[in-house]
Design a protein around this ligand. Structure first.
Ligand SMILES: Cc1ncc(COP(=O)(O)O)c(C=O)c1O
Length: 455
């Protein structure tokens, strides 16, 4: 593309396009990052500058960009069928996809509802849960439980169960009432414990809530092993195990939101595998298609499905759907992604790659303004603080995350810190020497930015 064309397009973008999670005014003085193409774990801008895609283009491009296997699947599907309404009609792709996913999931999860993004996958689980209780004689079970700092999407239902105040701001009056429990956030433990002395008091809080209000609760939703957008908080498997048990004991549905953790991110194919927990719902998206097209799944049990299976006149149909439900191209991409998992032995290679990332990340602890280093599998995070001894955060007006983002670009990195938490979630196909290189560049970026700000 000619430089003059690029400049004109960028100006047009600024004049007409509203970008997500973006204060557009920031781009009065500087241009948006204008990406031209991608290959593997790299993105290239229109000037030919190369950047590591350290966040897998919003956590989904797990096999890297421009992968021939996934592209071939999509191309072949394009010549056959590109879109079909999925109500009372079907096609080959979703059937083949479910056949391949079934053996990867707990035996009890046998019913698959398609949609097209992470928020809808969660909304579907919430609605099925509520309707289930209405149709099984427990209409009083209407409440949901979620974690403070959890994140399940931006639609109103999903947002109602999120716990990131930053995202909720002006919408609080729209959100429905729910129970929130303190998160297993070990660095800032709400119960004043440290990792060595931890007795899982945060899980006790769930037990207490269930004892008092269990009969009115439909479901608890949570991200297994890693709270993502709420601060990239990895937490111990016993917490998940305990919550899973409590849900069983109290007959409360457990919804595991694996939108971010599913498909290898935590070092295993799914986050639930770390804890041997039995969810009633599993919500999948992002890595499902390797990040090539939007697609999502809400997977549930035979027992729940059967509460909807009745003569039409009984009014038990689940009236919910989206235009692009089980879109054939999305499903083809998902089949391609599963091909790559097999052909490239992605899961088998995860322990080595994860160890490389986590071991390399550990040394960030020596930086003066890195308060906490945490992570699991192929996700590592560094929480920046003004004062390490007191764990005192930076003044939000300093916009440390934004500064790290800008400085990262200069070092060939696309970072996207969550407030003051800098994290790495590279494509799973990344090689150890590339992990080392990203770590080194990120280390230097954090060191330089924090050295220049507020002591
Ligand atoms: C755990 C989790 N759930 C749900 C979502 C929402 O997914 P989407 O942006 O596709 O709606 C996200 C997005 O980051 C997520 O991380």
């Amino acid at each position: 593309m000619k430089r003059s064309d690029a400049a004109e397009l960028l100006q047009f973008d600024f004049n007409h396009i509203w970008h997500p999670y973006t204060q557009m005014k920031d781009f009065e003085e500087r241009p948006l990052l204008f990406i031209d193409r991608a290959e593997g774990i790299f993105l290239y801008d229109i000037d030919g500058n190369r950047y590591y895609d350290t966040i897998s283009s919003w956590w989904c491009v797990i096999h890297g960009h421009n992968h021939p296997v996934i592209k071939k699947r999509i191309r072949e599907q394009m010549d056959r069928l590109e879109q079909l309404h999925f109500a009372a009609a079907t096609h080959e792709g979703p059937i083949r996809l479910v056949k391949r996913l079934l053996p990867l999931l707990p035996e009890s999860l046998t019913r698959f509802f398609f949609s097209d993004n992470g928020s809808t996958a969660n909304e579907v689980a919430l609605k099925i849960s509520i309707q289930y209780w209405k149709q099984t004689g427990r209409p009083e079970r209407e409440k949901f439980v979620s974690l403070e700092r959890g994140y399940h999407g931006d639609t109103i239902g999903a947002l109602s169960l999120g716990g990131v105040p930053f995202f909720e701001g002006p919408f609080s009056s729209l959100m429905f009432d729910s129970f929130k429990v303190p998160p297993p956030y070990c660095y800032r433990c709400p119960f004043g414990q440290d990792r060595e002395r931890c007795q899982l008091q945060c899980a006790d809080a769930v037990a207490e809530l269930f004892s008092e209000h269990g009969q009115s609760i439909a479901a608890m939703i949570m991200e297994p092993m890693l709270i993502g957008a709420g601060g990239m908080i990895s937490y111990p498997a016993p917490y998940l195990e305990r919550v899973g048990k409590l849900c069983r004991e109290h007959g409360i549905h457990l919804i595991l939101d694996e939108v971010a953790t599913g498909f290898g991110r935590t070092g295993k194919m799914f986050g639930f595998e770390h804890a041997g927990v039995q969810p009633d719902f599993l919500c999948l998206s992002k890595g499902l298609t390797g990040g090539y097209l939007p697609l999502a799944l809400t997977v549930t049990t035979e027992q729940i499905y059967n509460a909807f299976y009745a003569d039409y006149s009984q009014g038990k149909t689940f009236f919910h759907g989206h235009t692009y439900t089980a879109n054939p191209l999305g499903v083809a991409a998902a089949l391609g992604s599963l091909d790559v998992f097999q052909q490239e032995q992605v899961v088998e290679k995860l322990p080595g790659r994860s160890a490389c990332l986590q071991n390399g990340a550990a040394r960030f602890q020596e930086l003066e303004h890195v308060g906490d280093v945490r992570g699991i599998g192929m996700a590592a995070a560094f929480e920046l603080v003004q004062d390490k001894d007191e764990k005192r955060p930076y003044d939000p007006d300093l916009r440390m995350g934004w500064q790290v983002y800008l400085a990262g670009l200069e070092k060939g990195l696309i970072l996207r810190p969550l407030a003051d938490v800098v994290y790495l979630m590279p494509p799973l196909c990344i090689e150890p020497d590339q992990i080392e290189d990203i770590l080194e560049r990120t280390y230097d970026t954090i060191r330089d930015v924090t050295a220049g700000v507020g002591g």
